[in-house]
Design a protein around this ligand. Structure first.
Ligand code: HAM
Length: 420
């Protein structure tokens, strides 16, 4: 048997309803705040991500699905949406539109990560990008919108982790300071940290056994310049006044290189090791970095699978079936009778659909007994039995069955109860 590739999965019909609900909520919450939906291509020039997401990020270094097409171009399945949206913003001259430009998306993304619960190689994100303003209000509003979406979807026990990264210059200086601090404490640090001081000193905050040394390590948040500090204070103040609780995380590092100033992540206890439901932040340098004019921007993305996992199982109601149309031909009937009765049933189902009803046609030539059992299973409200002698309509709630003067009367009858 040929199976789906590792880390990918099928979205089966039973799961569609909750996904559709998420899409409706995103539409309501983001659309209501002035965001308009955008779709970008599934693959892009590899350079977009190496320049946008950053050469030193794990994503670019080891998680991209990159291939060369027949024309010799290097292309990559999108690992995230921000670089693509920024590219589309530049390519379509969206800076000419009223600022800020607000965009949202719901699409699938690809990262070659080790699959586990809540971590796939093809996964879905809902995301929002707000391009054209450096103001802290934009960051606070974005955070609140994600909180609203998570709440609307019933994601329980979330924690909002919040930090600020300042400017790339501040960060570079801080890295040096931190590396020097780690070098001065090599004897008290695990090998995992000491081996990577030059490559990624920030990782030291996440390594077990380094806690004691790291408690006194310099923190980036204490090194921010005055403007960045003030920007962050306003974001916090706005979240406070909105009543949204957050946990200040001075070591919050996101896996993408484009962030400046505000960064945040929502995590949920309901998830296991992969506790991040969604995250984002400000990326004031990205648009210039990929060839646009300097343009401040901010945004976030949340994982669809993780939202649905964290929201837990919820009963999925099946789609209502107003009428189930059964051609009752009997086994002995000659082929032309099959065709005649079958055609009447077929037309009746089509007519019911044209009238706006949900109609299912019996397609496997079940016996009447089996068809009525099936009607129960699909929760059909009415069953139309089309026979040699005429058509009858059975109300599955009351059990009452009535003969009709013509098959078309079935539609009128169902419509009548539908409206009452
Ligand atoms: P990210 O933190 O890499 O940010 O991804 C956002 C969310 O996507 C994560 O919190 C997680 O829920 C989900 N996610 C990421 N990787 C996987 C995976 N392998 N399997 C399942 N879910 C996953 C970004 O992608 C940024 N573009 C967010 C952003 C938008 N920043 C500014 N604007």
């Amino acid at each position: 048997m040929i199976e789906a590739p590792k880390g990918t999965y099928d979205v089966l019909p039973d799961e569609q309803q909750r996904r559709a609900q998420l899409e409706r909520q995103a539409h309501r919450i983001l659309g209501g705040a002035g965001y308009r939906r955008i779709e970008t291509p599934v693959f892009e020039a590899t350079e977009l991500f190496s320049r946008g997401v950053g050469e030193s990020s794990d994503i670019v270094q080891k998680e991209m699905y990159t291939f060369t097409d027949a024309g010799g171009r290097s292309l990559t399945l999108r690992p995230e949406g921000t670089a693509s949206v920024a590219r589309a913003y530049i390519e379509h001259g969206m800076h000419k539109q009223a600022s800020p430009v607000k965009l949202w998306y719901l699409s699938s993304f690809f990262r070659a990560e080790a699959p586990q619960k809540g971590r796939q190689r093809q996964f879905w994100q809902v995301g929002a990008e707000l391009i054209g303003t450096p103001e802290p209000e934009a960051d606070a509003e974005l955070i609140i919108l994600q909180a609203e979406l998570l709440e609307a979807m019933g994601v329980a026990h979330t924690q909002l982790n919040l930090g600020s990264l300042g400017t790339p210059e501040t960060r570079a200086e801080y890295r040096e300071e931190l590396a020097a601090y780690l070098r001065a404490h090599v004897d008290d640090l695990p090998k995992e940290v000491t081996a990577r001081i030059d490559i990624n000193p920030l990782r030291a905050f996440d390594v077990r056994g380094a806690e004691q040394v790291m408690a006194n390590a310099p923190k980036l948040i204490d090194r921010l310049n005055a403007e960045d500090k003030e920007h962050f204070e306003i974001v916090k103040h706005l979240l406070d006044s909105a009543g949204l609780k957050y946990h200040l995380d001075p070591t919050l590092v996101r896996g993408l290189d484009y962030y400046t100033r505000t960064v945040f992540e929502f995590s949920s206890e309901a998830l296991g090791a992969q506790s991040g439901v969604g995250g984002g932040g400000r990326y004031d340098g990205l648009i210039e970095q990929i060839g646009g004019k300097p343009t401040p921007a901010s945004g976030w993305a949340a994982g669809i699978e993780r939202i649905l996992l964290a929201a837990g199982a919820q009963p999925t109601a099946t789609e209502p079936v107003d009428i189930y149309v059964v051609a009752v031909t009997g086994n002995q009937a000659p082929p032309e009778r099959h065709l005649e009765i079958g055609t009447t049933a077929f037309e009746l189902a089509s007519e019911a659909r044209r009238a706006g009803l949900s109609a299912q046609l019996e397609l496997t030539r079940r016996s009447v007994k089996a068809a009525l059992k099936h009607a129960d299973r699909i929760a059909a409200r009415y069953v139309a039995l089309v026979t040699n002698e005429g058509t009858s309509l059975k109300d599955m709630d009351s059990g009452e069955q009535r003969e009709l003067a013509s098959p078309a009367d079935a539609v009128a009858e169902v419509l009548r109860t539908h409206r009452s």
